[in-house]
Write a protein that binds this ligand. Sequence first.
Ligand code: FAD
Length: 492
Amino acid sequence: MKSMSREVVIVGGGLGGLSAGIHLRLAGFEVTILESNAKVGGRANQIEVDGFTFDTGPSLLNYPWVFEDLFKAAGRVFTDYVEPIPVDPSVKFQWRDGTSFSLSSNLQSLMAECERIEPGCRPNLLAFLHDASIKYRMSFEKLVNRNEDNPLKWFSSLTLDEISRLSVWRSLNGELGRFFKKRYIREAFGSYGMYLGGSPYDLPGLFSILSYGELAYGLWLPKGGIYGLVRGIERLALELGVAIRTSAPVSRILVESGCVKGVELRSGEIISSGLVVSNVDVPTTETELISPAPSKVRLPGMTPGVITFYWGIRGMVDGLGHHTIFLPEDFRLGFDELLNKKIIPRDLPFYTAVPSATDPDLAPPGDTAMFVLVPTPLLSELPNLHSPEMVTLAKQRVLDRLHDDGIDLDPNRIAVERVYTPEDWRQQFGLFDGSAFGAAHTLFQVGPFRSRNYSSSVEGLYYVGASTTPGTGMPMVVLGGKLTAERIQARA
Ligand SMILES: Cc1cc2nc3c(=O)[nH]c(=O)nc-3n(C[C@H](O)[C@H](O)[C@H](O)COP(=O)(O)OP(=O)(O)OC[C@H]3O[C@@H](n4cnc5c(N)ncnc54)[C@H](O)[C@@H]3O)c2cc1C
């Protein structure tokens, strides 16, 4: 067994980097996090302007147990650091024909809503929830929450019956079709595919656990916005003695004779360390940071890009709850245009979040803080994504759709506007090819098939975050931080 440096440098202070830092610190390591931006949080960042507070990325917190466990690992209580506010009804789906469907963690409300859309579907909803609860538990207990590189060993933790129950070989749409006849419920639960980088017609049926997880554990907004969560986790890290340096961009991860030697900051400063964890998107780390560059890099398929709008609106916006997903008339075509034809879908699927509806302190009294997310192809697929014309086109399609759906938002009421294009996301946070959610979650990019949380060519170099295991989303990268820390300890 080799003796191991007890010092570790983490490049990037996103949620994965912070979680890895906390777990490594708890295991006795001296941890330094180097973050290029002025604030930690990564994609879960914050913009404050003229009394409006916007979260840049995530707008809802799910699987609160993951965050509770993070604080519990440190002997602390989550709610002493973060004040989660329940958002219920959590998400409303809206179609062009006027149909709407709202999700709630209250079973009676959910059943009534499903019954309204698909009369007689109550037993099927209960069967769906029961089935997905088993899949969810199996996935987290046996698959997601552990380091395993060997596909056979990964699956061998499950019985044959359990494997078939996971519906890995059936599409998500096919899986939902087993329970729901009406397209509305199938499209609502299948729409999550967009953030996983696949259409529900291609993604594995296992992902029915996503909608289940949200229904079972609820959706939440921390007081102060999602950034309230980041602040709480940052505070925990600092209390434990993790050193966090912001405005400290790393230009190179230094490698000699196949071993990591430390990092070089853009300022020229060199920090030596035999252990480096990169929280920067894995393909960005491998193509831009490792020095000398590896001779061969396997680039994963990525999730789409996004154009995000942050609007400070005078007055209230009637008809929009906390989170509304606008779906196109032809659902399959929307996915096809985005993922195969590589264009911004003409009948745009997009979502809005109005966090000030849940926490009024996020906007001046009587005003509205609003976030809009428009999915786009990647930078390499649609190169003029950063152009003002493209931004104007996306904005106009959003405003037209809001108008068509009877939501009164006179653009003259938008007093504050900030926009991030995929190029902004790339530049500001190092997101590879402008991909918003990291490596896609198609069948051969999950579990042991996904980029591992350690480099196979550079000893001492580890990864954490959306593009490595277990995957994307705030709870996943926080779990990933624990897995990376365990990996480092296991290889000591
Ligand atoms: C628009 C949007 C909406 C989303 N909505 C949700 C949601 O509602 N719920 C949910 O759970 N998830 C959501 N997600 C996904 C979630 O935000 C991410 O999966 C998660 O935050 C990624 O964390 P990460 O650990 O990979 O780090 P990242 O957030 O990618 O952070 C990496 C950090 O590294 C820093 N960095 C990059 N290069 C360097 C360098 N050279 N030197 C030093 N530091 C560097 C970056 O500045 C950044 O702080 C959303 C994402 C986006 C973009």
